[in-house]
Design a protein around this ligand. Sequence first.
Ligand code: URA
Length: 262
Amino acid sequence: MRWSEPQRAMLREMGLRLWRPQTAAAPGLASPGTTGPSHAPADEWAGSIKPKSDAPPIAASGLALTAATMDWPALQSTVESCRACSLCENRRKTVFGVGHLRAQCMVVGEAPGEQEDARGEPFVGDSGQLLDRMLRALGLSREATQPDDAARQVFITNTVKCRPPRNRNPTGDELSACQPFLQRQVALVQPKVIIAMGAFAARSLLGSDEPIGKLRGRMHRWRGVPVVVTYHPAYLLRQPADKARAWEDLCLAATCLAPRAD
Ligand code: URA
């Protein structure tokens, strides 16, 4: 993959240096001979959004059966009127998701925060700005840059569609209640790859409580769809040294996407 000057600028903006590989690239990363990620220090992940390992497992709910056959309008209106868990009590807006409905790349975050709750759109705060820069560095965007561009326009959503009060972590029950919506979104989008950002996205999609540091850097699968787990942008804002690892993960995800024409 060759990086255009705007992409290089974006990588610099993310705080990543472009390197010329001295040795062969690690398996699964951007192909050798291209610019790629700089190396991060080898400190282990210690993010604060790791779920408690004694949290209840995510169980299928009755909603799963009905959500599994819904089309987009039915799914969206079901989310908007959902009262399956207590998060509905304090929400201002549900946050369904944005982007191309048949995007090749789907991004799954954790939960709406205050700004997302007010706007009804995922990732519009500080972490959303970082996410947008990360996507732009890959030539991807949440917005349509040309008509019907499923290769470049992503679909972004969260594990839960309503804001947890005071931005607390979603509980196992809340993740469980919202899981049929996420699963149906994936089934409708049919992405070539899902980027799961943070521990709750990994937990909701893969059922894993392992720390991100153990899950990242390799390809997982959810119902046959490749899933790349990486750090949540909010964590990267606190731990910028791990941006290089996140970039490696994005490059791994990009290997599932159609090659760029330019
Ligand atoms: N963090 C998330 O995980 N999702 C959002 O929509 C906003 C912040």
